[in-house]
Structure formats: C-alpha cells, structure tokens
Ligand binder design. Structure first.
Ligand code: 5CA
Ligand code: ZN
Length: 417
C-alpha cells in the first residue's frame, strides 16, 4: 500500500554541533532504560491499525510515540527502515461492516484514507514499507506452510467449514520454549486477557487454551483466499505481523512497537511464531509500548465507542499541532485520560511558542537543542522536552526570528506552524 505523504524533515547535523544521542528505551525484561544496540540502519516495526473506525487520541498517541523514536534515531545518524502493517482483514472489521450494512472492503478503504489524512495532519513520518494483509496473502500462506513443515502445528475439527473436512490450523505452543519471553507474563495473567483480546481459549479440540490460530478455513459468508492444501481461508491476527516483519526486516530487528494492549497476546504470539518458523531468536531486540489513553473513565476504544477522533477535532478547526502537543505532553509509559481542557491549554502554549519563534532569536538555540536531544533520547521524555521549550520561549526577546529553533522543533518534535 502507499502510505501518506511525508512531511519535510529538516536535518540538524549541518546546523547544530554533533548529532542526537543514542536512543534508550525502557525494557521491562531488564527493568531499566537501555540503549538500543543499533548496528548501522535501524529496523522498526510498528503495528498498524485495524481500519474499522477512525483514528482516536489513543491510536494517535501510539503513532506519535514511534514517530518520536523514528526522529531520534534519524537525528542520531541512523537510516531507519520503518515497517507498518494494516490489518485489513480480521473479525472486528467484518463485524463492524456487518453491523453497519457496508462492504468490509469499502469500510477498510475509507478508514485507511481517513487514517492517512490524520497522520499527515499530525506530521507523522510515514513508514517505508506499509503493508496490507490482503495484498500479501500469499506470503501469509507461505508462513503457515513453513510452520506446518516444521511439525509445530495441528488442526482442529471445524464442523462449520464451508469445505467438508477443512480444518483450522493452530500453533502448538508446547513446542516453543521461548513462549512468554516477550511479555514475561505468567500463564494466569495470559489467560485473564486472552479471550478479550481476540483469543479463543475455549475452542474445542485445542491442545492448549493459549495456542494461537494460524489459519481459519472458510465459513459461510466470510471472505476467504485460496491456499492449496491448507484449504481456502484467512490468517489469524498475529500471523500478519510475523510475516510482514520477517519479509521486510528479518529476525533480530531493533524495535517493535504498539500499545500496551498488544504486549500479550499479539506481540508474544507474533514473536513465538517467527521463532518457530526460523529457529532463531529474538524476533525484535527491543520493545516499547504506549500506555493506554482513557476517556470518560475507560480505555479509549473503537469497540466501546468512547472516542475522541483526530479527524473530528481537525474538522472542528483545531490546529493539528495543538493535538500533537497534547499527546507529546504525556510520557508514553504513563496512562492518562483525555479532557477537552487539554486542547485549549495546548493551543495557548503553541501560540506562545510561535510568537517566540518570530522574535526570540537563535542565540540560545544550541543549548535548547542539546536539552531536547537529551530528553528524547532518555526514554522519549517528551514532556521534559516541551518544558525546555517553554523555558526558552519565556526568555528575552531579541527582536529577531529563530530559524534554527524552528527547524529543531520540526525535526525532533514534528511541530511546525
Ligand atoms: N491492527 C492491530 C495491530 S496489528 C491493532 O491493534 N489495531 S488497532 O487499530 O486496534 O490499534 C492500533 C494501535 O493503537 C495499536 O498499537 C494499539 O495498541 C493502539 N491503541 C489502541 N487503543 C489505544 C488507546 N486507548 N491508547 C493508546 N494506544 C491505543
Ligand atoms: Zn501487529
């Protein structure tokens, strides 16, 4: 798929001395903030949307977090290979299309377009490889074939299959000693959320309640694709991210990202499937997860409907840079609840900054940029970075514009008037 158009990304190396610091991120396994061990170019995989409703502030927070990571890595001198998927076939999309009486393909197409305009408005750098599941179905089938050939799968009787005798395929987790390494969760923790997050712990015929679905054979009225001896069907959710990350980055890529609701099962299963297929580990060398953004006392979610949509705010005339500032003002590892007052405060803050950029001069630009670089490299501490800009903006008026600070705010924070 073609992603949204890229905003301009000013290069700071020519203007400011040195370059950005190496990015360090909190790793729950190490219980510490750890520098990424990037060797040359950096590979980053961020789980993309399931396009059945519009981008809300929670999604936007997640994509902005990895936009910051992308900007910090580039400013540190790395080329970034950024990969993002689009879950353009999955149960939630089919269910919403059915509920609304629309074709699931049309729903996906219109929501993907809306997502693109939201990302472009927020000045998020697009991925280099932006990959839908439907357009790469052969690759997902190839992954399953590879797993079947390894002898780590089994089939489960599927009486409601369209084709008599066709059976759903599962991964046998008892063959995978690395299962659990990504999340570090106990079996009890896993079982507690599995059903709520797309799993099917009670499916009759499974060897273990947690075994992930790899291939769902065709049911009446559901879309399905040819897969030869596997029978027509469609992949289980986690499989797409295994396949797409391996195809574009290979094992041992630098960073996988998403919201904390993806820690388990999604990232755990994507990783264990890749290990099962390749016999190598790890899948991703590091992970980062955006804490959930709430609204009206609950996690903001498309399924619950308690949403603040980016597109609605933009249509109401809100400056996307104010939206970006609201998001940047919260550290990615802290849960927070969106309130309307946050936008008003951000509009005023952005106004103070843009006035300072017109008259504050560039005399202390290098010092400011050093501070922003250090804050962002330290576990993407954007609230501290914003505070530094506040302090700078409150400084003496030198009666001259600040082109270097303007470029730095753009390159590092994605903020430009
Ligand atoms: N397509 C899958 C990933 S392969 C998916 O989770 N899609 S999604 O549309 O449901 O979510 C897109 C991204 O937004 C995910 O990384 C998810 O973790 C994140 N996300 C969803 N809700 C919130 C929220 N309330 N706060 C923060 N991030 C969220
Ligand atoms: Zn994913």
């Amino acid at each position: 798929m073609t992603p949204w158009a890229s905003p301009n990304l000013p290069r700071l190396q020519g203007t400011f001395p040195g370059k950005g610091h190496p990015l360090a991120l909190w790793q729950s396994r190490a219980a510490d903030v750890v520098p990424l061990q990037v060797d040359g170019s950096a590979g980053m995989y961020v789980c993309g949307i399931t396009p059945y409703d519009a981008t809300h502030m929670g999604h936007a927070a997640t994509y902005l977090t990895f936009d910051l990571a992308n900007r910090v890595l580039r400013d540190a001198g790395h080329e970034v290979r950024y990969v993002q998927n689009v879950t353009d076939i999955d149960d939630p999309l089919l269910e919403r299309a059915e509920r609304d009486g629309v074709d699931w393909r049309d729903l996906a197409t219109s929501e993907i377009e809306l997502f693109h305009s939201d990302m472009a408005a927020l000045r998020v750098l697009p991925p280099d490889h932006y990959v839908g599941v439907v357009e790469t179905m052969d690759r997902h089938v190839a992954t399953i074939r590879g797993l079947v050939a390894k002898g780590v799968t089994y089939t489960v009787p599927t009486p409601d299959a369209v084709e008599a005798g066709a059976q759903d395929i599962y991964l046998d987790l008892s063959t995978q000693p690395t299962f659990g390494d990504e999340s570090g969760w106990s079996r009890e923790q896993m079982l507690e959320v599995f059903a709520d997050r797309g799993g099917d712990p009670d499916r009759a015929g499974k060897r273990d309640a947690l075994d992930p679905l790899l291939w769902r054979v065709e049911r009446a009225g559901e879309p399905a694709w040819d897969a030869g001896e596997l029978h027509r069907g469609r992949p289980g959710w986690h499989l797409e991210c295994t396949t797409i990350a391996l195809d574009h980055l290979g094992m041992g890529f630098d960073l996988q990202g998403g919201g904390t609701d993806l820690i388990f099962p999604h990232h755990e299963m994507s990783a264990v499937q890749a290990v099962a297929l390749t016999g190598e580990a790890p899948f991703a060398k590091a992970y980062a997860h955006q804490a959930m953004v709430a609204y009206d006392g609950e996690k903001m979610s498309k399924s619950k409907g308690n949403l603040v949509r980016v597109s609605d705010l933009c249509r109401a005339g809100v400056d996307p840079m104010a939206i970006r500032m609201v998001l940047l003002d919260h550290h990615y590892r802290t849960e927070w609840e969106y309130t309307d007052g946050m936008l008003d405060a951000a509009v005023k803050r952005w106004d103070r900054w843009t006035r300072a950029l017109a008259t504050r001069g560039d005399d202390s630009a290098a010092e400011l940029v050093d501070g922003i670089r250090a804050a962002l490299a330290n576990d993407l501490d954007s609230p501290t970075a914003l505070q530094l800009v506040d302090d700078w903006a409150a400084g003496p008026d030198l009666g001259a514009p600040s082109p270097h600070v303007t470029d730095a705010l753009d390159a590092l924070l994605g903020l430009r008037a």
